[in-house]
Design a protein around this ligand. Structure first.
Ligand SMILES: Cc1cc2nc3c(=O)[nH]c(=O)nc-3n(C[C@H](O)[C@H](O)[C@H](O)COP(=O)(O)O)c2cc1C
Length: 192
């Protein structure tokens, strides 16, 4: 297929856990290292822990003095061509910190943006309930959750305490997931 242009595709990684001792940050960091070396991708790790967003009391457009971190968060996602979300499953769903952040976005903020969802769990089910629910949230923002999933079960066996990879099968799973997401992002970018 013909190359789009020299413009890189902007695909930030959004990490949906701010928990002290979180394991999903190891997965996000691993994916980030795979994406950052790709010439066609411009990525960054958007770590909600760094943004410290207030619990939503007003929509962004109703706030008199929105915090700079909130403006930055919304603008980074608004400008992206696609998004890769890495999130743990909490209580069969998505973490409150992630939903709180997404609730600040305008209703169609992710219009025509493909979204890859990677779910992480300590148990054996890989966060599949979270995946199903988060896909609905993405649709409400106009985003296009891609059919492929990257479900990481038993995360404590996949990375050691220092975040070193212990599972030889993960790199190829991550690579094919990224390739699939990029396929959709490119396809949508051609239409714009
Ligand atoms: C509040 C809370 C709720 C959780 N609920 C679930 C759950 O419903 N299903 C599951 O498989 N793991 C659940 N876990 C365990 C996570 O899978 C585990 O913490 C894993 O390491 C990923 O989350 P982390 O990035 O916060 O570490 C829960 C953890 C927390 C802190």
């Amino acid at each position: 297929m013909e190359k789009l242009s020299n413009k890189k595709l902007s695909i930030p990684i959004l990490l949906g856990s701010s928990r002290i001792g979180r394991q999903s940050s190891k997965v996000a960091e691993f994916i980030f290292q795979k994406m950052i070396v790709q010439d066609s991708i411009d990525t960054k790790l958007i770590d909600l822990k760094d943004y410290n967003l207030p619990m939503l009391e007003e929509r962004l457009n109703e706030m008199k003095n929105p915090p700079e971190s909130l403006l930055q968060f919304c603008s980074q996602l608004g400008q992206a061509d696609g998004i890769l979300i890495v999130t743990p499953e909490y209580k069969n769903g998505y973490p409150a910190v992630l939903k709180n952040a997404l609730d600040y976005l305008e209703p169609q903020a992710l219009y025509h943006k493909p979204i890859g969802i990677c779910t992480v769990s300590a148990g054996g089910f890989g966060g599949l309930n979270c995946l199903a629910q988060l896909r609905l949230v993405c649709l409400a923002l106009g985003g296009l959750p891609i059919p492929e999933k990257l479900s990481i079960s038993q995360v404590r066996e996949i990375f050691d305490e220092e975040g070193n990879l212990q599972d030889a099968t993960l790199p190829s799973k991550v690579e094919s997931f990224i390739n699939e997401l990029v396929w959709y992002v490119e396809a949508l970018a051609r239409q714009k």
